[in-house]
Design a protein around this ligand. Structure first.
Ligand SMILES: [Zn+2]
Length: 263
């Protein structure tokens, strides 16, 4: 690994390099890392900004939406000036303003069964900050099939959840937790039920933290555990998330071998 740093890099990352758990070697790992963020919204914004600030070398960003005024209450990578702009371009501008050295690969398209495996395979790790179940399951299946670690966060109203899925390393997958998508309309979305803006900031920042831990290989992975935060009660807890032997994706007799079920 390339351990040469410019004077600017040493100054920029000095608070990381001071940490025994990171140091120059860890900072070089971050610079060499390639992370894909699905969704440039409430979760994707803080994930992107912190990964860019941290010096993650290459960040892919996929979103086919444009910035809407109703996004700005929580999607902090966007600005009032950029309402109407493609979200990936708006978010990339915010990330570049923080750290011009980071390479942002903007994919202004929708993740679909035709491009998901190829896109996911181009990165080391995927952060899911999408806002709908079809995309969540598509991301989760593509990551499991491509053997990529998935850091997945979700928010609604005053609540957040976070976990790391790496069935290729023996942990559970997303379908061990949710075997199949809920029927359409059963679970409300943020646009239907609302979301306290700062809740997405906390969960996205936790997601960025777990992503940095996975890249650096430090601390206790959240794989096999589910973090649940109730903002109104100001209570955070972590429950065990075991692998399900009957999981349709990573179980003993899997029924999902490709993305064909996603139509
Ligand atoms: Zn599974």
């Amino acid at each position: 690994m390339d351990l040469d740093f410019s004077e600017d890099e040493i100054a920029r990352y000095s608070r990381h390099i001071l940490l025994d758990e990171v140091g120059g070697t860890g900072q070089a790992k971050l610079r060499a890392a390639r992370v894909l963020i699905v969704g440039a919204g409430g979760l994707g914004s803080p994930v992107l900004l912190y990964l860019a600030a941290s010096g993650v070398g290459t960040i892919g960003l996929i979103d086919d939406d444009r910035v809407d005024l109703s996004n700005l209450q929580r999607q902090i990578a966007h600005t009032t000036e950029r309402v109407g702009a493609p979200k990936v371009e708006s978010a990339a501008a915010a990330a570049r303003a923080i750290n011009p050295a980071v390479r942002i690969e903007a994919h202004a398209t929708r993740l679909d069964p035709g491009n998901a495996l190829d896109l996911v395979s181009r990165y080391d790790l995927v952060c899911d900050g999408s806002d709908n179940f079809p995309t969540r399951f598509l991301v989760a299946d593509a990551c499991a099939l491509a053997r990529r670690t998935l850091v997945s966060a979700a928010v609604l109203r005053f609540d957040g959840q976070l976990s790391v899925f790496k069935p290729h390393a023996g942990g559970p997958c997303y379908r061990c937790l949710h075997p199949a998508p809920p029927p359409p309309g059963l679970v409300p979305s943020c646009s239907e039920a609302g979301i306290l803006g700062a809740v997405t900031g906390v969960m996205g920042t936790l997601q960025a933290t777990e992503t940095l831990k996975e890249i650096l290989g430090i601390g206790e992975s959240l794989s096999g555990r589910l973090l649940i935060w109730d903002a109104l009660a100001a209570r955070m807890r972590t429950i065990k998330l075991p692998r399900d032997p009957s999981c349709p994706l990573c179980g003993e007799h899997p029924t999902i071998h490709d993305l064909s079920a996603h139509g």
